[in-house]
Design a protein around this ligand. Structure first.
Ligand SMILES: [Zn+2]
Length: 243
């Protein structure tokens, strides 16, 4: 194998590792974003839940006031009862009082129901808040993992950059340009090996696309350090001597 092709293979190795690092960072970033969204959604739901509970509490407080004022009315009726002169009046006020008491009992029952509802909702809110706290802990763990990964990757990336510079120095600038263009297109997988699937046949294929490569081209690749691209996929071809 010629020096240029070897340098290009080294470059590709660097590109693939860089692409892999980028993928890993991106997937960790995605995990962090998804977890942050989960926490945010939970907080939003909890806030809405608490708002509803507060509205219920306001309704309950109004009901409580209503009961108090109804009780005051009943007390007034009781006073009137002491002052009546006729049995007819007495019966009328007594009936009014009974009606008012029945109404109070009804409103109180409703109030009791609401109070229970409010207590249940407060319990639910606590459970939800605890769940959110768990999700928040997970989020900060994921953020920590991402930071540590970025830290270790940045060290690896600077080593890879040095390797890339060393390999690039061995390649003609035009070839380097071509390589970088292809790297962009194939996500770092620029080099394609030419292989001979059947050792008894003089047929060669590009492993990048599995299409055939002529025998003349294959033998030229074996004997020279030329940069040639596959006519089908466009990757730079290389071949092991004696393939
Ligand atoms: Zn190909």
């Amino acid at each position: 194998m010629g020096a240029t092709i070897q340098a290009l293979l080294d470059l590709q190795e660097v590109e693939l590792q860089v692409a892999d690092i980028r993928r890993q960072v991106a997937s960790r970033e995605k995990r962090v974003a998804a977890q942050a969204a989960r926490v945010q959604a939970g907080q939003k739901e909890l806030a809405a839940h608490r708002d509803q509970t507060r509205a219920l509490q306001i309704e309950f407080d109004a009901l409580d006031l209503d009961i108090k004022s109804r009780n005051t009315s009943v007390a007034k009726l009781r006073e009137q009862l002491n002052a009546v002169r006729t049995n007819k009046e007495y019966q009328a006020i007594l009936s009014e009082m009974n009606n008012a008491r029945a109404e109070i009992a009804r409103v109180e029952a409703r109030g009791m129901e609401m109070m229970q509802q409010i207590e249940t909702r407060k319990g639910e809110a606590e459970t939800r808040a605890a769940q959110i706290a768990v999700e928040e802990t997970r989020l900060s763990e994921l953020r920590g993992e991402l930071e540590r990964a970025q830290q270790s990757f940045s060290e690896r990336l600077s080593r890879l950059n040095a390797q890339r510079d060393a390999a690039a120095a061995k390649v003609h600038p035009e070839v380097l340009k071509q390589f970088n263009r292809l790297s962009e297109r194939f996500d770092g997988e620029v080099m394609a090996r030419v292989s001979r699937p059947n050792p008894r046949r003089d047929e060669f294929i590009c492993e990048g696309c599995n299409m055939s490569v002529s025998a003349e081209r294959a033998s030229a690749l074996m004997s020279r350090d030329d940069v040639t691209t596959c006519g089908h996929c466009g990757r730079i071809l290389h071949i092991a001597r004696g393939a």
